[in-house]
Design a protein around this ligand. Structure first.
Ligand code: NAD
Length: 273
């Protein structure tokens, strides 16, 4: 399996990254551990308030900046307030870098969706981000973005795990050459005790987390599991030395319940973050 996915603009994105939502004070060490374990992709956001720690860890690692893929995201308030450009500059400053690999609209803020996408396009055309994309977009949101776009989003980052396989959205995005990236790929840890996943873990001599992540990779998702524990960070990256057969892929597919653990993109506007 290729460790990189080629996005619709030719940029190569590592299919495994480290998520750092709620990693707090542990962020810097987690990123250092991940880079040592071979990760070359970190998923942060202005909301997470740890871009500075991510940047510090990357510099301290000694790995050349261009070998590491950084995603960050434009927060909702900056879309609402019309401060998108200032927010991007702030993220660059916090990260201590002069470009971002992938910049995402964090949520499809209705009142500013098209306008915010246009600003991402402008930043992209200035060469300050290598790719732009969206997050938490249903088909209806994507249709709005596409109607205004001159650049097709490279990525749609959405919740995905064995209980939420997102098949219809995936087909839609595939047809538009938009790569799918799974947030909460482990269902925030709440799907790890599923008995079918347990059986497969025994069969392949792997852990439940590894079975889930491998299933997602074989389904063409980019995955960004979060952990601040070194052993788990390593465990979550040891998924390239086995393959689920088609019958077991079908068993994993059969676990879908269209069940969300996170916020529904149709009902995020009044949420307190
Ligand atoms: P996740 O599915 O990655 O689960 C993380 C949790 O699973 C950990 O806190 C830990 O409790 C457990 N875990 C991790 N590895 C394990 C292992 N090997 N064995 C047992 N338990 C393990 O959940 P997440 O953090 O919500 O999502 C991952 C990343 O996705 C985030 O850190 C963030 O970067 C991104 N994200 C993006 C959005 C968005 O709106 N775009 C929303 C949520 C998360």
């Amino acid at each position: 399996m290729d460790m990189y996915k080629t996005l619709n603009n030719g940029v190569k994105m590592p299919i495994l990254g480290l998520g750092v939502y709620k990693s707090g004070e542990d962020t810097k060490q987690a990123v250092l551990d991940a880079l040592e374990a071979g990760y070359r992709h970190i998923d942060t956001a202005a909301l997470y308030k740890n871009e500075a720690q991510v940047g510090e860890a990357i510099r301290e690692s000694g790995i050349p900046r261009e070998e590491i893929f950084i995603t960050t995201k434009l927060w909702n308030d900056d879309m609402k307030n019309g401060t998108q450009m200032e927010a991007f500059e702030r993220s660059l400053k916090n990260l201590g870098t002069d470009y971002v690999d992938l910049y995402l609209l964090h949520w499809p803020v209705s009142q500013a969706l098209e306008q915010s996408w246009k600003i991402l396009e402008q930043i992209y055309k200035e060469g300050r981000v290598r790719a732009i994309g969206v997050s938490n977009c249903h088909m209806s949101h994507l249709m709005r973005v596409m109607a205004a776009a001159t650049v097709v989003p490279a990525v749609n980052q959405v919740e995905c795990h064995p209980y939420l396989s997102q098949k219809p959205l995936r087909t839609f995005c595939n047809n538009l050459s938009i790569a799918m990236e799974a947030w909460s790929p482990l269902g925030r840890g709440r799907v790890l005790n599923d008995p079918v996943i347990g059986q497969l873990a025994q069969k392949y001599n792997k852990t439940p987390a590894q079975i889930i992540l491998r299933w997602e990779l074989q389904e063409n998702w980019i995955v960004i599991p979060k952990s601040v524990h070194r052993e788990r960070i390593i465990e979550n990256s040891s998924i390239f030395d086995f393959e689920l057969d088609s019958a077991d892929m079908a068993r994993m597919d059969g676990l879908n319940k269209d069940m969300r653990f996170g916020t529904d993109p149709d009902h995020f506007e009044n949420k307190q973050w």
